[in-house]
Design a protein around this ligand. Structure first.
Ligand code: PGA
Length: 253
């Protein structure tokens, strides 16, 4: 079975102390993850070392970065490289979140570079894609998201592709309380898988975990994750509340 992943995206929230408390409350539940279940915590850079050490004793629990820079090293004041993340033992990194694309001007081409660097450092990228509201209203979301995949992923070999996790996050559903319907999520996930299958073959496409993100809550996680092409979620707001995220982890299929 494909990896099923509950990924928390803390964004720019929580102090160090609050983050430590949240992780310890979640770990106190002692949820033993199945082989194909993963709980991933994308925390702010200054908390990565802490999160990694807190999570290291629990099987299939991982800390993740929320971003890295698209250059290997050098004079880029304030940026963090994939190699730095690797050097502190980080195994996951969110790449291309819509907030990075929107507020920091990250292009599909930049993201291709970031993905290259992550893979070169044995870091599993969680590559985000998803359309804004006006594209959804025009009905051209399939083409829009396909283009994001093509420009950032299609230079990879099949073997490299299998080391990437995709997250579909319709921008109109992020932080808005407005979730895509289960069917909208399933339709897009099936489309993404079909796009990958056309380029890499069905067997490879079937190996890729595709997470849904956008107002996933404790109350709706189980039904969304239950859709055949949805392999868990990337969760913002609800990942900041221990009881809610615990329930979301428990909703993995
Ligand atoms: P949300 O955020 O769950 O608060 O909608 C999801 C995300 O941006 O990853």
């Amino acid at each position: 079975m494909r990896k099923q992943i509950a990924a928390a995206n803390w964004k720019m929230n929580l102090t160090y102390q609050q983050g430590e408390q949240l992780l310890s409350d979640i770990l106190a539940e002692g949820i033993a993850l199945a082989n194909h279940h993963y709980a991933v915590f994308a925390v702010p850079f200054p908390y990565l070392v802490l999160a990694n050490s807190e999570l290291s004793d629990s099987r299939n629990y991982f800390a993740s970065a929320q971003n890295c820079y698209q250059k290997k090293s050098g004079a880029f004041t304030g940026e963090v490289s994939a190699e730095m993340l690797q050097s502190i033992g980080i195994k996951f990194c969110v790449i291309g979140h819509s907030e990075r694309r929107e507020y920091f001007g990250e292009t599909n081409k930049d993201l291709a570079e970031k993905l290259n660097l992550c893979l070169g450092c044995q870091i599993t990228p969680i590559f985000c894609c998803g359309e804004p509201l006006q594209i959804r209203e025009k009905g051209t979301q399939n083409d829009y998201v396909e283009q994001q995949l093509k420009e950032s992923l299609f230079h990879f070999s099949a073997d490299q592709l299998t080391k990437i996790v995709v997250a579909y996050e319709p921008i109109w559903a992020i932080g808005t309380g407005k979730t895509a319907t289960n069917q909208q999520a399933q339709d897009m996930h099936a489309h993404l898988r079909a796009v990958l299958a056309k380029k890499y073959g069905q067997a490879i496409a079937d190996e890729i975990s595709i997470l849904y993100g956008g107002s996933v809550k404790a109350a709706n996680a189980k039904e969304i994750f239950g859709m055949p092409d949805v392999d868990g979620g990337l969760v913002g707001g609800a990942s900041l509340i221990a009881a809610d995220f615990v329930q979301i982890i428990r909703s993995l299929k």
